[in-house]
Design a protein around this ligand. Structure first.
Ligand code: FAD
Ligand code: MLT
Ligand code: ZN
Length: 456
């Protein structure tokens, strides 16, 4: 795809705002034009990198006046084709706005620039003896602004909720040019509509987030991680259902299947956890003031279908257990460009869903391989399909209709992006769609922000 040319005078205006060094029109655009999976490849006339909120506002002003569509981009680790210029949009990169503020110990809060990586936020919290609760495998590249725009979930939703639950305030430039800023961090502040909640999960369609105030949680002195092997998926899911109520200090519960663990082992030389393979594996983590190891051990002892267990308390060995899970995404990418479904199902129907969905996929793509893993504690399963054409629209419809028929959501944590815009109406009513379009139009009347995201 050829990127459309921008009028030299417009380029001139943009250079005036951010400086010539921060308007990229040469080959350096490439990494901004393709997504992490390699499935979504676009082309942009220019990548513009503002240094602060006022420059973001001025860039959007230029774009509004010349009706230039814009894709806001953070770490470009998104999974739904929302962060790349698939229709020749200008890319607005937020990575320069990466200041990490001082930790407010009294309030257990911090203010960070939208371009700061999740990891830098987590490190600032840890250095202050606290913790930022949202965590996931792309932490080294994903940005705070991108995590808010996607309402990212990750591995600790089970205990702390997702990004929206951590969000106390944002600073953002709306598509209309309005600049909203509320970073005071008052926990009780019922002064009208809660714009941070609205912008969280809006996927760059309503405004460009430039800063955020987030809450931090206690970093507990004791953390234990266990990998538990089961003789069936159903037994693993029953165990999670029980542990969610019996272990109130449970941070994470992740599921993997044997083929995924084998794939990670083959792809990255990861040592297989147990002598004998298991059908399903649960990776669970608990943290507390008092060592939760015994609590976890009792819960595992009460579970049925357990074949093997590995427990770790020191961070090196805990990291090793987490590798099996965290490297699924990269291992699957070594096979080819995956077709990714990120769905939520009611826990009661999850075992059946996991048993049936591979055959649902094969009804449309007989030669496909299906890889299942995910945040089982939240009912969130990642269904990755390989061995098919990247844009298998027939497969999307077939799988999403099955998910909806099972009472599920077609997007658990990755968002809708461009990949699922066509199917959003399967999960949202015509009135909900109309209400969302009305909000979009009100906050971005010219329609410059991510015009192909969310709405088909
Ligand atoms: P980008 O990819 O750059 O953008 C994502 C979307 O947000 C786009 O629509 C973009 O336009 C918009 N956007 C970005 N920045 C801004 C901004 N400042 N203002 C307005 N809009 C903006 N996600 C999860 O939820 N849970 C996981 O467990 C998880 N694990 C992952 C593991 C791996 C290995 C990888 C590669 C990805 C994973 N992801 C996960 C997906 C991804 O990392 C998240 O969606 C993340 O929040 C994206 O952040 P980003 O900065 O890379 O955003
Ligand atoms: C994960 O949990 O690893 C991610 O959300 C990424 C993926 O779906 O591959
Ligand atoms: Zn995930």
């Amino acid at each position: 795809m050829e990127a459309p040319e921008l009028d030299p005078s417009v380029l001139g205006e943009l250079r005036e705002v951010v400086g010539a060094d921060h308007v990229i029109t040469d080959d350096r655009r490439t990494s901004y034009e393709v997504d992490w999976t390699g499935r979504f490849l676009g082309a942009t006339p220019a990548v513009v990198r503002p240094a602060h909120t006022a420059q973001v506002a001025a860039v959007l002003d230029v774009c509004r006046r010349h009706a230039i569509a814009v894709v806001p981009q953070g770490g470009n680790t998104g999974m739904v084709g929302g962060s790349v210029p698939l229709s020749g949009e200008l890319v607005l990169s937020l990575r320069r706005i990466d200041r990490v503020g001082e930790v407010d110990h009294a309030a257990k809060q911090i203010t960070v620039g939208a371009g700061a990586t999740m990891e830098s936020l987590q490190q600032a919290a840890a250095a202050a003896g606290l913790r930022y609760a949202v965590d996931f495998g792309s932490r080294g590249s994903a940005t705070v602004g991108g995590s808010i725009a996607t309402n990212a979930g990750g591995v600790n939703v089970l205990r702390y909720g997702g990004t929206r639950e951590q969000l106390l305030g944002v600073e953002a430039v709306l598509g209309s040019g309005l600049v909203v800023s509320r970073l005071g961090g008052l926990v009780k502040d019922n002064t009208g509509l809660h714009l941070p909640s609205l912008l969280c999960g809006s996927e760059g369609t309503l405004g460009v987030i430039t800063a955020a105030r987030v809450r931090l949680v206690t970093a507990h002195p004791h953390t234990v991680t266990a990998l538990v092997g089961f003789d069936s998926v159903a037994a693993a899911i029953d165990a999670v259902a029980a542990w969610r109520s019996s272990i109130d200090v449970l941070d994470a519960a992740e599921i993997m299947l044997n083929d995924g663990v084998l794939l990670v082992s083959r792809a990255f030389g990861y040592p297989l956890p147990f002598e004998e393979p298991c059908v399903a594996y649960l990776l669970v983590e608990a943290s507390a003031h008092d060592d939760p190891t015994d609590l976890l051990a009792m819960a595992v002892a009460d579970a049925t279908g357990v074949l093997d267990v590995a427990v770790a308390r020191d961070s090196r060995r805990r990291g090793l257990l987490w590798r099996a899970r965290e490297e699924h995404t990269a291992a699957i990418n070594t096979i080819g460009v995956p077709h990714k479904f990120d769905v939520t199902l009611p826990l009661a129907g999850l075992a059946e869903f996991m048993a049936v969905v591979p055959s649902v996929v094969r009804e449309v793509e007989p030669a496909a391989a299906t890889w299942l893993f995910g945040h089982v504690g939240d009912g969130n399963i990642h269904v990755n399909v390989t061995g098919i054409a990247p844009d298998a629209a027939g497969l999307d419809e077939h799988v999403y209709r099955y998910v909806v028929a099972c009472g599920g959501s077609i997007s658990a944590e990755h968002g809708i992006g461009t990949a699922k815009a066509r199917w959003l109406s399967l999960n949202r009513s015509p009135d909900e769609m109309a209400a969302m379009r009305a909000i979009k139009h009100a906050l971005d009347p010219v329609g410059i922000l991510n015009p192909h995201v969310l709405f088909d």
